[in-house]
Design a protein. Structure first.
Length: 253
């Protein structure tokens, strides 16, 4: 009888230990898998808008939750800044060209942006230099030239609102080679927000609900369900006779 009781006790101990181990293994498995909240989701594919970028100039890929955009900075459209002899060179006698010739400059730029812009923080002012990359592969700059207003350099801007200096070819104004009073995609800015032309999609009207940055939530040709995006603001800038591409502030930092 005593032996039978010992045997039953041993069986019960083994059974209880087995349950405990099973429970521990289950918890360990859950911990290893972890939990992923909405802010931690890593995108598995690029936004559809990136398909429009100039493949000859840009290399675009995901790196975790970031998008890396590498560009030669050389646009795929005509401009006087290509220099005489280049196949895309055109004469623009009214443009007071800078001394630089695009083909002899290092226009390459790399930017890294959030795949999903953070629209919950404070707005951030733009700085001098590249503030975004256009579809052509060229840089987008803000409404300043050096430490002064763009008016001082307006005479050097080509037919599509771009020029060289300092260093890289870039647009200050609505790049007419890409968008001209329409709803076309222009490019992406450093905060990961896409920039579109002066008209809205799908109405083709000028939007009336833009914030201080020229942005709003709404459908785009690349996201009919709607997302926050910028527009070139439909107000002629000073003596340029055209429209600033983007003056800021950023909303997506």
């Amino acid at each position: 009888m005593k032996n039978l009781l010992k045997l039953l006790g041993l069986v019960l101990t083994i059974f209880t230990f087995g349950i405990a181990c099973s429970s521990d293994d289950s918890n360990a498995s859950t911990d290893d898998m972890g939990t992923t909240d909405d802010d931690g989701v890593v995108p598995v594919e690029l936004h559809a808008a990136f398909a429009e970028f100039n493949e000859e100039a840009t290399t675009i890929y995901l790196d975790g939750s970031d998008v890396v955009i590498e560009t030669t900075g050389l646009p795929n459209h005509e401009t006087v800044y290509w220099g005489v002899g280049h196949e895309l060179y055109i004469e623009e006698p009214n443009v007071q060209t800078t001394p630089s010739i695009m083909s002899s400059n290092n226009n390459a730029v790399t930017i890294v942006v959030d795949a999903t812009p953070n629209l919950t923080g404070n707005t951030v002012a733009t700085n001098l230099g590249t503030i975004g990359i256009a579809l052509s592969g060229a840089s987008i700059f803000n409404d300043q030239e050096g430490n002064g207003p763009l008016d001082n350099a307006a005479a050097s801007l080509d037919w599509t609102g771009g020029h060289i200096g300092p260093g890289v070819y870039h647009y200050h104004l609505e790049p007419k080679a890409i968008t001209n009073d329409d709803q076309n995609l222009v490019g992406i800015l450093l905060d990961g927000v896409f920039l579109y032309g002066r008209r809205d999609y799908p109405s083709d009207d000028y939007p009336t609900d833009l914030d201080e940055s020229g942005g709003h939530f709404g459908p785009t040709p690349h996201n009919p369900d709607g997302e926050y995006h910028y527009h070139i603001i439909n107000e002629v800038y000073s003596t340029t006779g055209s429209y600033i591409a983007f003056a800021g502030p950023y909303q997506g930092y």
